[in-house]
Structure formats: C-alpha cells, structure tokens
Design a binder for this molecule. Structure first.
Ligand code: ACO
Length: 703
C-alpha cells in the first residue's frame, strides 16, 4: 500500500484537455495540490495539459509508473489495464463506473484477475480517486482545496465522499488521506486500515460504509487497528430488510443494523449517527490528548445547563469527579457564596471571565481531575467581547495536557464567536449534548486503546466428527434441518446439558420411558413430516402420572395424523419436564456480512416483541460472552430481582462460547438456536430445553 499512498509517479490514462471532463479535473487537482512526484497525462491525441506534456500511450513513459488512474469509459478499461500490465504499474485507481454496481460482475472480476496476474492491486472501480497528504497527491475529481491533517477518510459513497471534501475544507478539518473504495473489487477497507494504522500522520480513521463485503476480515482488522488509532464509522442502511428472509429467531432478530452496531462496539469502533456527529468526533479525536483518567469536571455559570450536561455525561459514559471535600476546597476561591462546588461546579450568573479562567485553572492544576467541560450562558454581567480571547488562551494553555470542551449559549454574538473559535480548531459547540458527545467518544476510544490484547476464545472439546455425521445423515435424506433427537445428539457433542429424553415407539415404551425419567414429563411427536410440532398438536406438557401419559399419547397421535394424514411417525420423545428458570435464548448463525455471529437474549414467548438481544462476531471468549450478556436490557433478571438470587451467568456464558465456537468451526451449520436456555440460580447451571439446527452441507465454507 505504501506505493499507492506515496507514489513517485502517477499516470492519468484518459487525461483530457477538456476542462469539462473528469480526466482533466484529476490532472488539475494533482497539479494544484502540489504533488511531489512525476505526472504522466496519457491520451492518444497528445498535446499538453496545464503545462504537462501529454504522452500518447503508457509505453512512451520513460520511467516507472507507480500508480495509474484510469479515467476512460468502461469498454476501454480492458485495453488500458493491459497497457498498465505491460508497463509494470503498481496500482490501478479505476475511476470508471459501469462494473459490478450495474451487474457487470464478470468484467470486474476479469480486470482484477489480470491485474493480480501482473502484480497490480486495484482501487475501485466506480470511485472518485485518492488523496494522500504525505505526497501532496490529490488524484480525485473533487473540488480541490483539501487541507493536510491527521484524519483519514475511507468512503464507499462517491457522491458523499466528494461532498465531504468541501465540508472538511469548510470546517478546517485536515486530512492525512481520503480514499474512495467504490465497488471494492480488490482493495477494501481492511487493506487500507492496515496501512493507515501504521501511518504516522493518521490519528483517526473515519469510515463511511454502505455494505460490508468481507466482514470477517474487517472485524479482525478493526480489532487490531482500534488498539492503535481512533476509528469512527458511519453506516447507511439502518433497515430491517435483511431480517425478513431469515429462517430462525436468531436470523429474524438479527436486523442487519443491530448486528453491525454490536459488532462495531465489539471491535472498539465508534459509530456516529450522522455525518455531522462523525465530523465533530474526528476533529476532536485528532487533536485532543488522551484523558489521564476517568473523572471529568463541569464548570458552568448556569444551573440548568449544568444539569443537562450531567444527563449527557451519563448517556455518553463520561464519569464526573465527585470527591465533595476536594471540590469545595479546589474552587473555594472562585466560588460566590450562593454558588455550588458540587460537580457541576456552578459559578452562577454573576461569574466574570476571570472567575471562569481561575476555575478552569483549578481543574487543570489537580492531577485527579482528568477532563474539563466548560459551559457558558450569555449574561448581561459578563463581558462577552473579551470571552473569545479568554477561551482561546485557556485552550492553548491546556490543549496538550487534558481534554477540554466548551458549550456556549446566547445570541448572535455567541453564534459568531462559536464559528470563529471552531475555525481555529477549538472544540466549541452550541449545544451541550454535542460537547459531551465528543468527550464521550474520546473516552470510549481511549478505553479501547488502553485495553490489553483480546482474549483467546476457549477451545472447547467439541466432537465435530460426530456432529458432521449427524448432519451427513440428515443431508442424505435431503433435509436442511435436524429433527429433535438429532439436534439433541449435536447438543450433547457440543457439551450442552439437555433434559433427559427417551425416544419411544409404542405406548408400552412411552410409559416405561416416563417412569424411568420420573414425573412430570413432556411428550413430543417425532416425524420428519411434522416440523412445527405445536401447530400439529404434537406436544403435551406437564404429564403428572401414568394415566395422563396414556391419554396424551393417544391425543398426540390422533391430532398429528389429522394434521398430516400421510405423515410418517417415528414415535414420540418422552422428555423430562424442565423446572422453571430465567428463560434466555442463545443462538449462532452465519451472517451474510460478518460470517459467524453469536447471539444472546431474553427468551420466552416475548422474544420477538422485546428483541432484547445482543450479537458478537464469533468465536468469542468467556469475558466477551459475559459482557454481551450484561448488555441486554433485561440483565437485572439474571442478577436477581426482588430478593431473587443471582443466576448462573457463567454457565450461560459458557453456552454462548460453545455455540460461537461451533458456528465458526462448522460452517455447514447456518443456524443453531437454544430456545429457551433455562438459567438457574448461581451454581445450579443451565439447561438447553430446545435446540434447533439448520444446515447446508453444500454451501458451507471450510472454517
Ligand atoms: N488511453 C488514453 N486515453 C483514452 C483512451 C485510452 N485507452 N481511450 C480514450 N481515451 C481518452 C478519450 O479520447 C478522451 O479524451 P478527449 O477528451 O481528449 O477526447 C478521454 O480519454 C476520456 O474519454 P471519454 O470517452 O471522453 O470519456 P469521459 O471522460 O466522458 O468519461 C469516465 C470517462 C469519466 C471514466 C466515465 O466513463 C465514467 O465512468 N464516469 C463516471 C465516474 C464516476 O462517477 N465514478 C464514480 C464515483 S464518484 C461519484 O459517484 C460521484
């Protein structure tokens, strides 16, 4: 990738003397940005563009060509790629549209395979180009004027990316790189992130993603990069459409966006809701020092905004310093009689600029106060004209030591001041939530940066051979799902605790089975032809004695045969009636974007309504599984409510890690779901009441 970001020479194939064409704009931007290498405009007509001689073909270039930007129509691309291959070009930057985005997949694949055969990597196609601050290269057809800085943007959207160029300039946001990835035929986010993680100029990476292609690789890369750099993502397409086609609970609960959201959090990536929020975050992250600790102090001249800020801190995970004795003494000198030194430190409406500055000095003087939030409401007593200078000097004095954010409220003069200070790169906001949101983003990312290596997922002793045999037998019958006793066999091989169960073929066997297991028992029909057992009347619960078992057997048989007269019935399964616990659901599936994904949530009949679930890319370790369990809204049920005892969360986490390992190692299984998984009191473990498994012996990739 180094050659792509720091090329010694760039050829523009399709360079045009016509200022209305993209091939002209790219050359123009390269010239204007002051690119430090050699520019080779290529066009069969020859001539000159902006003082650079135009060569008629790549073959005429005397030296090496590190990067070739292709700006010729799609049907000219194959011959241009062949010319690049003959010339020994390093990277192709294919601006041209008209490939996989309109269904022209074969031509795109062909281009990449020819490029690879000649040692070339491909950026694009269907992109607006690339900017790299280190070589002052703007090889895009954007509006120009990109400021150098420390934020790298990788964008899948062309139009939004080009718009971002203008916005970064308007917001004085400096970039280390800007890369349009378009169709991601070869180079994708993971390749670029790997390079940018090492790039000394890049402090923050902003990703704009529309769809994830190779999610497993992206997850692996992000997990490493977020331990070195701040990474912010904006993703469009928060729709639940992907869930509609799903065949299991795990699938239907996995709204594509929820999975994305949870996995980004798992990777330590900050997900912004909007472009504006993302810009605010990356600007702050690129300049702010890491907080030396968790305790922030709010200094305000208004009680109301102080309360708003406190709420925002809770929402964004910013902890407030709360040693009241220290607060009282630290701010004693600046505090009016009726002020409050409780955090928020309220200097009241009569505070002067000097009081303000001294209060902030007090925060920065103390090693145990780690970040400052300065809030200000315009008041008649305050000399606002001096205020900008005061904030500027406070900021410049402390900007390298601890994070500080400002939120100012007032009339037109305040608004103008906010604009002025922001243009100087000072983190000033017109809204308290925005100010706390950037500080929260910094805290979240700083915690990730400080994290030790991700734990290794446990290697449970799973009998994969036995599991594959069960799948093989069912697959040979043309099925893509397992029957209950087959799923139970897999669960056993996976090391799950299931209720005792005996397959019985006639009434005598049924009664004997019930007596062996002990009452009460459950009865379930076993038939390949009846998948939805309850709908067919094929399930009887809570059978207390022999008589109830006999009656239930006859009733189950009758209603199943009425439901499907030609059904082949293998018998019934007599199962131990499981005692109640907290009903949870544990699942794992092959996600279309991210590959193996594990799910944990609150189970029971309201699972679809509550959608109280969380997802993680699998395999996962016990620590992540516990953190995942702790992230659902109903977690207090597992901690024990209303005098109830704490539940066996460790045993539930163990099941999550087992399913995660299975789905990662056995790609033929597309969905596995334990619903419900009964979780009992601490020390009493869990029980997998029902296990469902879908598989595809044709489609599974090797793990
Ligand atoms: N080698 C060198 N030059 C060539 C070759 C070749 N093999 N073949 C043609 N040319 C020349 C042409 O003669 C022309 O030069 P001229 O202006 O002197 O006549 C120049 O290359 C360009 O060719 P045109 O046929 O004029 O093509 P045009 O510039 O109109 O379009 C383009 C080419 C821009 C690549 C177009 O096909 C395209 O794909 N446009 C969409 C780009 C895009 O939107 N990218 C997506 C991301 S950005 C976003 O979405 C906003």
């Amino acid at each position: 990738m180094g050659r792509l970001f720091n090329p010694r020479s760039v050829a523009v194939v399709g360079a045009s003397a016509n200022p209305g064409k993209i091939g002209y704009r790219i050359v123009e931007n390269m010239v204007k940005s002051g690119y430090i290498g050699q520019i080779y405009p290529i066009n069969p007509k020859g001539g000159e563009i902006l003082g650079w001689p135009v060569l008629r073909s790549l073959a005429e270039v005397k030296g090496d060509v590190d990067v070739a930007v292709l700006s010729v129509p799609a049907d000219h691309v194959p011959s241009a790629v062949a010319d690049c291959a003959a010339k020994g070009v390093g990277h192709l930057v294919v601006v041209t549209s008209g490939f996989s985005e309109i269904g022209n997949i074969a031509q795109e694949k062909e281009m990449v395979s020819i490029a690879h055969a000649h040692g070339m990597r491909v950026l694009g196609p269907n992109i607006f180009g690339i900017y790299s601050a280190s070589s002052r290269l703007d090889a895009t057809f954007g509006p120009g004027g990109i400021l150098p800085g420390h934020v790298a943007i990788i964008t899948q959207s062309g139009a939004l990316g080009i718009a971002m160029i203008g916005k970064t300039a308007a917001e004085s946001l400096g970039l280390s790189a800007l890369i349009s990835v378009g169709n991601k035929s070869d180079i994708d986010e993971a390749d670029l992130l790997t390079y940018l993680a090492e790039d000394p100029e890049t402090r923050v990476v902003l990703l704009y993603i529309e769809g994830v292609k190779n999610g497993e690789r992206l997850v692996r890369t992000l997990r490493q990069v977020t331990r070195r750099k701040h990474v912010v993502v904006i993703k469009s397409g928060r729709s639940a459409r992907g869930a509609m086609a799903a065949a299991s609970h795990t699938g239907s609960l996995a709204g594509a966006d929820d999975v994305f959201d949870d996995i980004m959090r798992q990777c330590g990536v900050l997900r912004a809701e909007s472009v504006q929020e993302a810009f605010d975050w990356v600007r702050f992250l690129a300049t702010a020092p890491l907080p030396p600790g968790e305790d922030a102090v709010i200094v305000t001249n208004g009680g109301g905004i102080g309360v708003l800020a406190t709420d925002a801190c809770e929402k964004h995970g910013v902890r407030l310093y709360d040693n009241q004795v220290v607060l009282a003494s630290a701010f004693a000198e600046v505090m009016p009689e009726f002020g409050s030194s409780k955090n928020p430190v309220d200097l009241t409406g009569q505070a002067t600029g000097e009081d303000y500055a001294r209060a902030l000095d007090a925060v920065f003087a103390r090693a145990d106060m780690h970040a400052a939030v300065a809030l200000y409401c315009e008041t008649a007593l305050f000399d606002t004209s001096q205020f900008a200078e005061l904030l500027r000097s406070v900021y410049r004095q402390y900007e390298r030591t601890k994070p500080i954010v400002f939120a100012l409220f007032g009339g037109a003069r305040m608004e103008a001041m906010i604009r002025e200070l922001r243009s100087e790169g000072i983190p000033v906001f017109g809204d308290v939530y925005e100010a706390i949101s950037v500080l929260g983003a910094l805290y979240r990312s700083a915690r990730r940066l400080a994290e030790e290596d991700d734990e290794e997922p446990p290697a449970h002793d799973i009998d994969l051979e036995r599991i594959r045999q069960v799948l093989g037998r069912a697959g040979a019958e043309g099925r893509g799902f397992l029957l209950a006793h087959e799923a139970a066999e897999v669960a056993l091989a996976l090391g799950l605790r299931m209720p005792r169960s005996i397959l019985s073929r006639d009434l005598d066997e049924v009664v004997r089975a019930a007596e062996t297991i002990g009452y009460p028992v459950v009865m379930k029909i076993v038939s390949k032809d009846i998948v939805h057992k309850s709908d067919a009347g094929g399930v009887a619960l809570d059978l207390e004695d022999r008589d109830e078992v006999v009656d239930a057997y006859q009733a189950v048989m009758r209603s199943c045969l009425r439901y499907k007269p030609d059904a082949v019935i293998e018998g019934v399964e007599v199962v131990e009636m499981v005692r109640p616990g907290v009903e949870t659901i544990v699942g794992a599936r092959q996600d279309p974007s991210f590959g193996p994904v594990a799910m944990f949530g609150l189970g029971g009949i309201y699972v679809e309504v509550m959608k109280d679930v969380s997802f993680r890319a699998a395999p996962i370790g016990a620590h992540v599984a516990r953190e995942m369990i702790g992230s659902i809204r109903s977690y207090p049920l597992l901690l024990g409510v209303r005098g109830g005892r704490r539940k066996d969360i460790g045993a539930a986490a163990d099941v999550v890690t087992r399913l995660g390992q299975l789905i990662a190692e056995c790609r033929e299984i597309t969905d596995i779901e334990v619903n419900p998984l009964m979780v009992y009191d601490y020390g009493e473990g869990v029980k997998a009441v029902d296990v469902r498994i879908l598989f595809d012996t044709q489609g599974g990739d090797a793990a």
